[in-house]
Design a protein around this ligand. Structure first.
Ligand code: SF4
Ligand code: SF4
Length: 310
């Protein structure tokens, strides 16, 4: 194995991260794969715009030669909100909490290896699941989540461009998990019937996670959930029953607690810049997630209060 690649892999291993490389020449295929889905009407244009499929490619580093895709284990995070003297627990899904810290650790590993060798890196805004699956780092589940060995779907992905040329070309056809062959537990659990029988791609336009990203004022989705072990943001229903996730679901990371005052600010949808800096630091949310928090937290409190009264 190339010395640089070996050092990158070792650095990632220390963090329990995993990385794969693909030559930049495959970038048009990533763009084409997404474009094809839009043309076929399988991903609607609005979702496409809101998701991180930035087809204008590697403008951050036009001389890039390689894309490095990294998977980082990411358990559910449980946080607590104090409201009218009662503590309300809430679980935040893998991709929504602590992403910046994890990403910066991955970037640090790459900086430590590539910069001394004279190479540059830049963050890449791409279709991360497509890249992860086509680089062999992940496989698709029937629920269209990316599953990484040793992490299940409880992981985050991040990609970088570099002008270092890596000969190792991991590009391959996307695969569905073997475990999905005779399993449909995720399909049966989906509250909106978004996981079809007759095609691989889920109906993203009905998926609760995507619906909420389009319209943060839709707390009804939370109330739809008969099983309260769902997430504060997004939806985890198709990942909970998955046998492949079994070893990873019990690892729940303890997140911060929010005081009465902080909870009240969130419930009243205080603009981000009006939150105390201490609260901002505690809310290690991914981009765009804060907007969902107020409406979802109201619904969560209402739901938990009703459950306690029963
Ligand atoms: S629940 Fe079953 S079908 Fe769904 S992703 Fe997991 S293994 Fe595949
Ligand atoms: S995230 Fe929720 S709504 Fe979307 S496919 Fe999974 S279970 Fe269905």
């Amino acid at each position: 194995m190339n010395d640089i690649l070996h050092k990158i892999q070792e650095g990632m291993k220390q963090l329990s991260y995993k990385a794969r490389t693909v030559p930049i020449t495959h970038l048009p295929e990533v763009q084409e794969a997404v474009g094809k889905l839009i043309k076929q009407g399988l991903v609607n244009e609005q979702l496409h715009t809101r998701w991180h499929f930035y087809l204008d490619a590697n403008k951050n580093l036009p001389e890039a030669k390689t894309i490095i895709i990294v998977a980082m284990p990411s358990p559910l995070t449980r946080v607590w909100f104090r409201h009218k003297g009662i503590e309300y627990p809430a679980d935040i899904p893998p991709d929504h909490f602590g992403k910046k810290v994890k990403e910066s650790r991955a970037q640090q590993v790459l900086n430590n290896v590539l910069r001394p060798a004279g190479y540059k890196i830049a963050k890449a805004h791409l279709a991360l699941k497509t890249l992860a699956v086509q680089s062999g780092l992940a496989v698709y589940g029937r629920n269209n989540m990316a599953y990484v060995s040793g992490m299940g779907s409880l992981c985050m992905l991040v990609a970088f461009y570099t002008d270092w040329f890596c000969e190792e070309n991991n590009w391959q056809e996307s695969k569905m998990m073997e475990a999905c062959r005779n399993c449909s537990l995720c399909r049966k659990s989906c509250p909106t019937g978004s996981i079809p029988v007759d095609r691989f791609l889920i109906h993203a336009e009905n998926c609760l996670g995507s619906l909420q990203e389009r319209d943060p004022d839709s707390p009804y989705w939370v109330q739809l959930q008969p099983d309260w072990r769902n997430a504060l943001t997004g939806c985890m229903r198709c990942q909970f029953p998955c046998p492949v996730n079994k070893p990873f679901l019990h690892k729940i990371k303890r997140g911060p607690s929010f005081s009465e005052q902080e909870t009240s600010l969130i419930l009243n949808r205080a603009p981000w810049e009006r939150l105390p800096s201490e609260t901002q630091l505690k809310l290690e949310l991914s981009d765009g997630i804060y907007a969902l928090l107020g409406p979802n937290l109201s619904a969560l409190i209402e739901r938990q209060t009703r459950a306690r009264q029963r």
